[in-house]
Design a protein around this ligand. Structure first.
Ligand SMILES: Nc1ncnc2c1ncn2[C@@H]1O[C@H](COP(=O)(O)OP(=O)(O)OP(=O)(O)O)[C@@H](O)[C@H]1O
Length: 240
């Protein structure tokens, strides 16, 4: 286990069901992710990518193994007493394939809400949300409802929401899958910028081989096994 890592996954496995119908969706898997690292989990359908991401987030905790995020032991073959939901809200950002924005709140309110859930006052949350939207170059849409934005713009707002509490770790489930290549590349470039400038580690599930040159590290999964680790020397240039 690496002490500087923002995330350590140590012999994490996942078995669904029991007895004759048990499925081992993820064999014991170990990996470390550093601050600012842009990581892809790549593999064919059913290879265990989402299972690993859901285990890391403790949304679906693993059957075995240890998970440490920012020096907190969150799972050790079972619960460790840490309130996973509260920890997640403060330290982990999520980006989904579909943006999941709240349709009756404006863009700014969608981002501010996440801050307010963590105890930030409404005015301050609004100010910070605006600032974040400006960083993402989407502040001109701040007062609109999500339905008025394009798919790429909505995904930018969803990224803003994931960043709202400045989490050290961002988990993304196929964030470019619903976008065309051009918009997908822009979202990837944004994730890279966030990792570089803000130091958040970003772990992205993908089965899109076109995108892999842009990641620092690519973990290849097959049938629930981590079969290969690919480290790209200069991903920003490779993806340009
Ligand atoms: N809750 C569950 N109960 C039973 N089996 C499951 C469950 N979730 C996943 N599986 C099985 O575990 C295996 C890995 O699934 P997983 O969703 O992790 O794959 P994936 O690589 O993310 O695939 P995709 O690219 O299609 O999303 C599959 O065989 C799947 O059917």
């Amino acid at each position: 286990m690496n002490v500087s890592a923002v995330l350590s996954v140590d012999h994490v496995s996942q078995t669904f069901g029991s007895g004759a119908t048990a499925v081992q969706a993820l064999k014991p898997t170990s990996l470390d992710v550093q601050p600012g690292e842009l990581v892809a989990l790549l593999g064919p359908s059913g290879s265990g990518k989402s299972t690993l991401l859901l285990a890391i987030s403790l949304i679906t905790p693993p059957t075995t193994g240890r998970i440490v995020i920012r020096d907190r032991l969150l799972w050790d073959d079972g619960p460790t007493g840490v309130d996973a939901r509260a920890f997640r809200r403060q330290h982990v950002g999520f980006i989904f394939q579909q943006h999941n924005l709240i349709p009756f709140l404006t863009v700014q309110e969608n981002v501010a809400l996440v801050m307010q859930l963590n105890g930030v006052g409404a005015r301050e949350a609004g100010r910070r949300a605006r600032e974040l939207l400006a960083y993402l170059e989407i502040d001109h849409r701040a007062d609109m409802l999500p339905a008025r934005l394009s798919g790429g713009e909505q995904q930018r707002v969803a990224i803003g929401r994931a960043l709202a509490n400045e989490p050290p770790l961002i988990l993304a489930d196929e964030p470019t899958a619903a976008l065309d290549t051009d918009r997908g590349n822009k979202v990837m470039a944004l994730l890279r910028r966030i990792a570089r400038e803000r130091g958040s580690a970003v772990i992205t599930v993908t089965h899109d081989h076109r995108m892999i040159a842009g990641f620092d590290t690519v973990y290849h999964l097959e049938d629930g096994v981590l079969v290969d680790v690919q480290r790209n020397a200069d991903p920003a240039t490779a993806a340009a």
